[in-house]
Write a protein that binds this ligand. Structure first.
Ligand code: GLN
Ligand code: ZN
Length: 762
């Protein structure tokens, strides 16, 4: 039997982000729906043909989406939340986008991260009486569309169990009670696909690589027992090992199973053993989540091993959908040849898959394999990657370097005696509004229309203005505003060694939003100070202590494409040392308060709970390594922009930042429970101003939030700040909001001081 080359999904945004342009033009009312649909169809056609030309036998369809594949599933099932007023029938284009983006009369649905990727999906909102009905023919339509081009595709659906597991049950009812309601719709879709000529359908059930309870495992057998009889089902797992879900998986009556052998090569033996011999075993051997050329001989070895264990009922494919990789390396015109030789984007990965399948079928392209081995081999020894100085320094790191030797209690007393801050000190998270004017300045500077001196002078003027304004309104710890930064990772990546930036290595983050993560290709070090100059400049304009602002090592790691030739923790430690150098330089320059943002610490958590500890151990250590080079009198802040802390609170405390600011205003301080029951020892600034909304909070609301915070925190512990940076907001909102925030702090402060003077009045 021939071993087939397969793909699980292709990026839909287009190599030039055509989908973004078309969607946003439609949203802005600048072009009609037809235009958007035409662009979408041409992208699908282009991508199918690219895959066909690359020699992929099983080309996916319905992997395309105008916004998100989970939202597509919501539309397929007709699971439209009530507030959108859908009364049945097909989900229209505008209703579809309304669910994603909100409408005047109905707020958007929630969005959250797709497993441990940076892709966000729309969270299904269900209740016991959500009315389900087949409400779009998208899967069948796109299958036929490809058929019309002469390509028989393998339609992709998000499986029912993953769908329900990811849903939010609005009424707290049992999600599995809904399974019998959605299965008939899946059956309908499968039947229609079968009638249209689909031989295979790929059901994505990534939830199988997470920790599952008995009810979820039962749901698998219930669901798939009902889905037989139509096209053959390839049940796709990805993002890790199936582990203790293997028995559940192997017992399902499906025609084939896909497993991720990039993240979990070790599972091959067990999976092959458990899977009945007549089933297809689909091998995910090409990494769908990075930008590196694969070591093809490793892939060959895995396929050989699989053949020994399972025979030749095999598919070869990527570990997961290629949607998490950038589209095409050929669009990079400025990368130098050596570096470029190490890379493979989605389009190039197709070539790797097909080369492996061909080789397994006795048609090994020896030239291709030789070139691959040379490219991969050259990375192992390249001087651009390996910097002995960095490695020596890392080897010399001692545990005490990750420790602020003085305990918090003594540190904070020392800091307070120097800083003399009032109770409930006010500050903000770092960035101030990045106005159109500032963005235009930067654009002109980058295009060469403005020289460096003029650009920096203009930024200094803006910064000076911001400093004077913060003084005027009475912010205790002002920030310089981060006007010189366009992105909190890119800004540092551009100044660190070991990073490279691309022109078009975009990946979809959510909807039309794409990100272009830097590539960490080599040992990381900091040639010179990155932020000291800006801090100094800002401090000139005020007598109050200006915070130094840095991005933490874990966040830089998390928001980059990371090298695959050493562990993530190793790379993170290198970044930590570079940031540590900056922290020490800031202190030398006279900075008293330094904030090291770890916005992405939580999203680095592994999918499986038992792996959390190992991650948190090194992540926390990296933060501490970055933060601990300073004297006890220097105050270290950190910031995290989310509100789920319950399960990582001990690790957050172990970071031992003197002050942490977090997001809380939306959840009305609920998260503080975590901090209260744990008795978080250090200082905290729970956000009192929701910066994700254009709404300006009133002084009264913020006072109320502070009062709530004081129920669980001591006044000595409490800081007053917004939820996150203000760069996406306009001054029209920020001005009144911060004025009100300072007033709220002052009011509560006055009450506290009065109570202290006359305790009987409390
Ligand atoms: N210091 C950054 C800012 O204020 C933090 C942003 C973030 O946490 N995402 O913009
Ligand atoms: Zn934030």
């Amino acid at each position: 039997m021939t071993i087939l080359a397969t793909n699980l999904g292709f990026p839909r945004i287009g190599s030039h982000r055509e989908l973004k342009t078309a969607t946003e033009a439609y949203w802005a009312g600048k072009s009609p729906a037809d235009e958007l649909l035409k662009t979408a169809a041409s992208l699908r056609a282009r991508h199918w043909v690219v895959q066909q030309k690359a020699g992929i036998d099983h080309i996916p369809s319905n992997d395309f989406s105008l916004y998100d594949q989970v939202l597509d599933t919501i539309a397929m099932l007709g699971a439209v939340p009530q507030r959108f007023g859908h009364t049945g029938g097909d989900v229209s284009l505008d209703l579809y986008f309304a669910m994603a983006r909100g409408r005047q009369d109905a707020p958007a649905m929630e969005m959250t991260k797709w497993f441990d990727t940076n892709y966000h999906y729309i969270v299904p909102e269900l209740t016991a009486d959500t009315p389900f009905a087949l409400s779009t023919a998208k899967a069948v339509y796109e299958f036929k569309e490809a058929q019309y081009l002469g390509i028989t595709t393998r339609p992709v659906l998000i499986g029912p169990v993953t769908f329900l597991t990811l849903a939010k049950m609005r009424d707290g009812s049992d999600r599995w009670a809904l399974l019998p309601k959605i299965i008939p719709i899946y059956r309908q879709v499968l039947k229609a696909l079968g009638e249209a000529g689909a031989e295979w359908v790929q059901m994505d059930e990534p939830i199988l690589v997470s920790d599952l309870d008995a009810a979820t495992k039962d749901a698998f057998s219930d669901a798939y027992g009902e889905l037989t009889g139509g096209p053959q089902i390839l049940l796709a797992t990805y993002f890790g090992a199936v582990g203790d879900n293997l028995q559940t998986l192997a017992a399902l009556p499906v025609a084939g199973v896909h497993v991720d052998l990039v993240r979990a090569p070790g599972q091959l033996t067990q999976v092959a053993k458990a899977l009945p011999k007549e089933r297809i075993l689909s091998l995910g051997v090409i990494n769908g989540r990075n930008i590196w050329k694969a070591g093809l001989t490793d892939g060959e070895r895995l396929i050989e091993e699989a053949r020994k264990l399972h025979g030749d009922k095999l598919f070869v494919g990527p570990s997961c959908s290629l949607q998490h990789a950038p589209v095409d390396l050929d669009t990079e015109t400025r990368l130098d040849p050596e570096l470029r030789g190490w890379l493979a984007f989605a389009t190039q990965k197709l070539g790797e898959i097909s080369a492996l399948a061909n080789a397994a079928n006795g048609r090994r392209d020896n030239d291709y394999f030789r070139e691959n081995a040379q490219a991969v081999g050259s990375r192992v020894t390249s001087k651009r990657i390996h910097d002995p100085a960095v490695q020596q320094r890392l080897a010399a790191v001692t545990p005490d370097m990750a420790e602020r030797r003085t305990p918090f209690k003594d540190r904070i007393a020392l800091q307070q005696s120097l800083l003399k801050l009032p109770l409930l000190p006010t500050t903000s998270i770092g960035s101030l509004p990045q106005t159109k004017e500032i963005r235009e300045l930067r654009a002109r500077f980058k295009k060469g229309g403005l020289d460096q001196a003029a650009y920096e002078k203009a930024l200094e003027d803006k910064t000076a203005q911001a400093m004077r304004w913060q003084d005027e309104i009475g912010i205790d710890v002002p920030v310089h505003g981060e006007y010189e930064r366009n992105d909190m990772v890119e800004y540092f990546g551009e100044q660190l060694k070991g990073f490279v930036f691309t022109e078009r290595a975009w990946v979809q983050s959510y909807g039309s939003r794409c990100v272009k993560p830097p590539i960490i290709f080599g040992d990381v070090s900091r040639p010179e100070a990155m932020t000291v100059r800006w801090w100094r400049m800002a401090q000139k304009y005020t007598g109050r202590p200006v915070k130094g602002m840095l991005t933490g090592p874990v966040t830089i790691l998390q928001w980059s494409f990371v090298r695959d030739d050493q562990s993530r923790s190793e790379t993170c430690r290198q970044i930590a040392l570079a940031i540590r150098d900056e922290v020490v330089d800031l202190e030398k320059a006279g900075v008293k308060i330094i904030q090291i943002d770890e916005a992405a610490l939580r999203e680095g958590l592994p999918i499986r709970k038992p792996e959390w500890k190992a991650y948190l151990d090194w992540a926390v250590e990296c933060f501490r390594l970055a933060a601990s080079g300073v004297a006890p009198a220097t105050q270290i802040h950190t910031h995290m922009c989310y509100s789920e802390f319950n399960d990582i609170i001990a690790a957050v405390a172990a970071m031992d930042a003197d002050v942490i600011s977090i997001e809380t205003s939306r959840s009305a301080m609920e998260l503080l429970d975590a901090f209260a029951s744990f008795e978080y020892p250090n200082d905290i600034g729970p956000g009192v101003y929701d910066i994700h909304s254009p709404r300006v909070p009133t002084q009264g609301e913020m006072e109320h939030l502070l009062d709530k915070a004081l129920e669980v925190l001591s006044p000595q512990q409490l800081w007053v700040n917004p939820d996150c940076g203000l760069k996406t907001r306009g001054w029209k909102e920020v001005e009144p909001a911060l004025v009100a925030m300072v007033a709220a702090a002052k009011a509560v402060r006055a009450r506290l001081e009065k109570a202290e003077a006359r305790p009987e009045l409390v």
